[in-house]
Design a protein around this ligand. Sequence first.
Ligand code: ZN
Length: 148
Amino acid sequence: MAETMDGVKLVCATCGQANRVPRARLAEGPKCGSCGDPLLDGKVAELDAATHDKVSRGDGLPVLVDYWAPWCGPCRAMAPEFAKAAKMLAPQARLMKLNTEDHPAISQRAGIRGIPALILYRNGRELARLAGARPAAEIAAFVRQSLG
Ligand code: ZN
């Protein structure tokens, strides 16, 4: 991955602020310079329409987005597995989720036909996607294999 003097760009999932974090400090729990929320703490961050677009189109780290909805049983069943995978993959990748019931236009644009659906973004574009509920180990393996 390209590295610059001014660090890795991490978009804050809470406020949308783009932060620059030196690569050597990614594992040290960086926080957003604007709102103070953690940027990379191994937890699943919740996206809205604006932060989804900022993250998927220009984050400096790979981002895996879980497209889910509260009415979807398999989605709810996968949530703790997705949370485990987030811990396994930090600080190489960030895991986030988008509620497709609240943001149907986003999932339509992403071509989501069924949920849960996982899309891995890297360098501002889609790298790979995975459909259906998966255990944590499978989610982590999918991301690692996709990133090479
Ligand atoms: Zn923030």
